[in-house]
Design a protein around this ligand. Structure first.
Ligand SMILES: Cc1ncc(COP(=O)(O)O)c(C=O)c1O
Length: 361
């Protein structure tokens, strides 16, 4: 499986959760779209890519096809989902459209992704942080929205978003789910999740090319979510797809390669990857490194390290051992997060355990 990816064979790559990794066949498809675009850019953008510019076009456009394929994969209707470059862009569009008022609060967890926290600061929201299990009890009259990760980045936990979204709905509170790590890591049925708004990435666990994310919203929430960039797609009659779909001339090849990534993903042995993640946890616990408590993500584990400089350890792991695995500080704790990609195997764990045994001595 490793040969099917473009990763440097010299590096033990245990940071799939960071940026994903794209199989060669999917990357070829991505580049094929880029070349096809360059053969006749006007035909590509004006007539083939979408239905927005060429009224007489017959049949589904290239984007329609890619959207339909992704929508089926995540359990949604294609018209409720738009491609965006990444989860950050999708969440920015939503949070910046909220126009939060000073008397309102946003309720979130202590496990959210740093860039989302910065976006919440940018919109000057009053943010209430709590542990995931306390979210529902903390919904109050000032709560305008809940922002919650489906799978947390710093702690690699799956959160019970269905329960949280149902409680938010009962309280009349908006639920915004950051699903950056979900597509391809856990089966998704967006209708069943029950969120009002959901943003995800295809370039992480679905192994699509970089720059392929999506934003999904229930029909009643689509009108207030403004695109980050106003362009030709922004007009009175435009639907959700058109308003967000055309934000100036951009390279759509990553979006168009998503159907191929979905096909490729179906060939991965996901049970083996999950078993290897469990094995990683066992072997790290034998070094007395315990996993952050909660429901672990299928292919990721965050373990607590003894106190020390996270950056120095991260640097030594790559410089001295050729192991790419993130080490960071969270809440005064030094954490190492292991990701198991479809290409990972036991020898990667052997190398990690040997390196940690020597570096943590
Ligand atoms: C929980 C979470 N949200 C959002 C993001 C942002 O993803 P991107 O940089 O692809 O927008 C990440 C990235 O790791 C993440 O882990």
């Amino acid at each position: 499986m490793r040969d099917g990816f473009l990763l440097d064979p010299e590096v033990v790559y245990l940071n799939h959760g960071g940026y994903g990794a794209c199989p060669a066949t999917v990357f070829d498809e991505y580049q094929r779209w880029q070349r096809e675009l360059e053969r006749q850019p006007t035909d590509f953008f004006a007539r083939r890519l979408s239905t927005w510019f060429w009224e007489g076009r017959a049949g589904p456009s290239l984007l329609d096809h890619a959207r339909a394929s992704l929508a089926a994969f995540v359990g949604a209707r294609a018209e409720d989902l738009v491609f965006v470059p990444n989860a950050t862009s999708g969440l920015n569009a939503v949070l910046r459209s909220l126009r939060i008022r000073p008397e309102e609060e946003i309720l979130t967890t202590k496990h959210e992704y740093g860039a989302v926290e910065r976006t919440l600061s940018f919109i000057r929201a009053n943010v209430v942080h709590c542990e995931p299990e306390d979210l529902i009890a903390n919904i109050g009259i000032r709560t305008r929205a809940i922002v919650v990760s489906h799978i947390t980045s710093p702690t690699a936990l799956v959160l019970p978003v269905e329960e949280i979204c149902a409680a938010a709905r009962r309280a009349g509170v908006l639920s915004i789910v950051d699903g950056a790590h979900a597509p391809g890591q856990i089966p998704l049925d967006l209708d069943a999740v029950g969120a009002d708004v959901y943003a995800g990435n295809c370039h992480k666990w679905l192994c699509a090319p970089k720059g392929s994310g999506f934003l999904w919203a229930r029909p009643e929430h689509q009108p207030w979510i403004e695109p980050l960039v106003i362009s030709w797609g922004y007009h009175e009659e435009a639907d959700f797809g058109e308003r967000h779909g055309w934000q100036g001339t951009n390279d759509p090849a990553a979006y168009l390669a998503v159907p191929q990534a979905i096909e490729m993903h179906a060939t991965f042995d996901l049970d083996a990857a999950a078993a290897l993640a469990d094995e990683a946890e066992r072997r790290l616990s034998a070094l007395r490194l315990t996993t952050v408590s909660g429901m672990p993500a299928p292919f990721m584990r965050a373990v607590q390290l003894p106190p020390g400089d996270p950056f120095a350890l991260w640097r030594r792991l790559i410089a001295e051992h050729r192991i790419e695995v993130p080490v960071y500080e969270r809440d005064g704790q030094r954490i190492l997060r292991v990701s198991i990609g479809p290409y990972s195997d036991e020898s990667d764990l052997d190398r990690l355990v040997d390196a940690l045994r020597s570096l943590l001595r």
